[in-house]
Design a binder for this molecule. Structure first.
Ligand code: AMP
Length: 194
């Protein structure tokens, strides 16, 4: 199964992606985690990426597309993956479609975790206290949300038009959200077996 998760910061995307990956044996591809690892390595690239991230800005599309291309080429992602944090722009979405098409693959379903801005900000602030990420300053949090609305949220239209978008009400417990995702995935699995 090839799954994409869309949703603003604090929508529970990362948490749900991890659970889906475990439950269904899929590769969890989190660009945020990959970039944080690169930043921690203190390579030249890591330093550049770290600066961009701490402002809450987006890392350039061409770099992101290279990172994803390499990741999706690895064996563990051949048959199934869950994308968490990519694509975030039109250009990334186009590139993803093209690279999947090259290998005869396509997305099966796109979940959009829907939460309001207030919940999103509240959850980001909560996480800032426990995790203390470099991009958890008020200014970066505002910037991340602004970019989500401007660049990423419109991507849902593309998947809606293709009939693979499933909206999920995200202002509920982790278990409730996961149960709803599971219902959709189990239905998809039974359809593909039938
Ligand atoms: P996340 O953990 O998904 O919230 O990502 C943390 C930060 O990494 C973002 O605020 C961006 O600076 C950067 N980032 C992650 N994924 C992408 C992407 N697909 N395109 C551009 N920047 C990204």
């Amino acid at each position: 199964m090839k799954i994409l998760l869309l949703g603003p910061q604090g929508s529970g995307k990362g948490t749900q992606a991890k659970r889906i990956a475990e439950e269904y044996g899929l590769a969890h591809v989190s660009t945020g985690d990959m970039l944080r690892a690169e930043a921690a390595s203190e390579s030249d690239l890591g330093r550049r990426v770290g600066e961009i991230m701490s402002r809450g800005d987006l890392v350039p599309d061409d770099l992101m597309v290279d990172i994803i291309r390499n990741r999706l080429d690895r064996d563990d992602a051949r048959d199934g993956f869950i994308l968490d944090g990519f694509p975030r722009t039109d250009a990334q979405a186009e590139a993803l479609e093209a690279m999947l098409a090259e290998t005869g693959r396509d997305l099966d379903v796109v979940f959009e975790l829907q939460v309001g801005d207030e919940t999103s900000v509240e959850r980001m602030r909560g996480r800032a206290q426990t995790e203390g990420r470099a991009d958890d300053t008020e200014e970066a949090m505002r910037r991340r949300l602004e970019l989500y609305h401007r660049e990423t949220a419109p991507l849902s239209q593309r998947y809606l038009a293709r009939g693979i978008l499933v909206g999920i009400h995200g202002e509920r417990t982790v278990d409730e959200v996961f149960a709803e995702i599971q219902r959709t995935l189990d239905e998809l699995e039974s359809r593909s077996v039938a």
